[in-house]
Design a protein around this ligand. Structure first.
Ligand code: AMP
Length: 281
């Protein structure tokens, strides 16, 4: 596996593959890799001749300095995992390489879709995500890019970005990989204490309770109230538990089998904030 920390040598390396017109698959990550990330690498390897993964903890998408500083960065282990997974290239830039030491970040505004759910609790988050993904897309120029269903709102935002900025890239959304007890894998899970780790699957259980209830014809309000109380019993402080239209992610006040919808949840266990989602129909 080739490892690059700078843009120019990476692009020189990629040039030879463009001449042979091999397909290039790209997996952007912030590292602290787990099986969820590796499933994206595998999806890329199945579809593309060459797979590149970026590892970069992007400062512009963190609205909480503490969260940014505490974000795990096990770089040597990550590179080992990528190598074992058959990734061809790792791109691990420094901040100066990505932001040229600029103190001001360019801003993106995605309208209501960027302000709801995560956007409401993490102001500026999606602007930062879009900025770094746009930079990475320009640097790598992939044919395909792979994202996780786990960050579904992010996937929707990036789809919008690709459409509006006319990137010639096909996006793939890959199913969420879970622990045996249902907890969605996340780089933040390693920050949970043993007690918090025992409580954390309640997030997914809450989603399942609401989904099953909706499919049995029960009312959304009552189901979400009960599910939030269930999270509270498990020491999870819920930011939101929302049923939304799967396309625009606008909140729905009732479930209708004819409209494709998804449940999304975010909750804090101490100072660790986790998210998850579950399509309903
Ligand atoms: P991150 O490193 O958290 O920025 O995530 C990098 C990519 O991996 C994003 O597209 C995430 O949606 C995806 N991802 C994170 N966790 C999972 C998971 N449990 N299953 C599938 N994809 C995931």
């Amino acid at each position: 596996m080739h490892v690059f920390r700078e843009i120019a040598p990476l692009q020189a390396h990629l040039k030879q593959y463009r001449i042979s017109s091999s397909s290039l698959g790209f997996v952007p990550t912030m590292g602290a890799l787990h099986q969820g990330h590796l499933s994206l690498i595998r999806a890329s390897r199945r579809e593309c001749a060459l797979t590149i993964c970026s590892i970069y903890v992007n400062p512009s998408q963190f609205n909480n300095k503490d969260d940014f500083e505490k974000y795990p960065r096990p770089m040597d282990r990550d590179l080992e995992l990528l190598k074992e997974a058959g990734c061809d290239i790792a791109f691990c830039p420094e901040n100066t390489e990505m932001y040229n030491g600029s103190a001001v970040y360019l801003k993106f505004d995605f309208g209501p879709m960027g302000e709801t759910l995560e956007g409401q609790f993490r102001p500026g988050h999606f602007s930062g995500v879009a900025l770094v993904v746009a930079k990475l897309f320009h640097i790598v120029e992939p044919d395909f890019a792979y994202f996780g269903q786990k960050d579904f709102q992010q996937f929707r935002i990036i789809s919008h970005l690709v459409k509006e900025l006319k990137f010639n890239i096909i996006l793939r959304c890959i199913a969420t990989v879970r622990e045996k007890d249902g907890l969605a894998m996340s780089s933040r899970n390693i920050r949970l204490s043993p007690e918090q780790r025992r409580d954390a699957p309640a997030l997914f259980q809450a989603l399942m309770q609401v989904k099953n209830g909706l499919l049995e014809g029960k009312g959304l309000d009552q189901l979400t109230r009960k599910a939030k109380a269930f999270c509270k019993e498990n020491r999870i402080d819920v930011d939101y538990l929302t049923l939304a239209d799967v396309h625009g992610l606008m909140a729905l006040d009732k479930f209708s089998p004819d409209q494709q919808s998804i449940l999304l949840i975010a909750g804090k266990l101490g100072d660790v904030r986790l998210i998850d989602n579950l399509p309903v129909n």
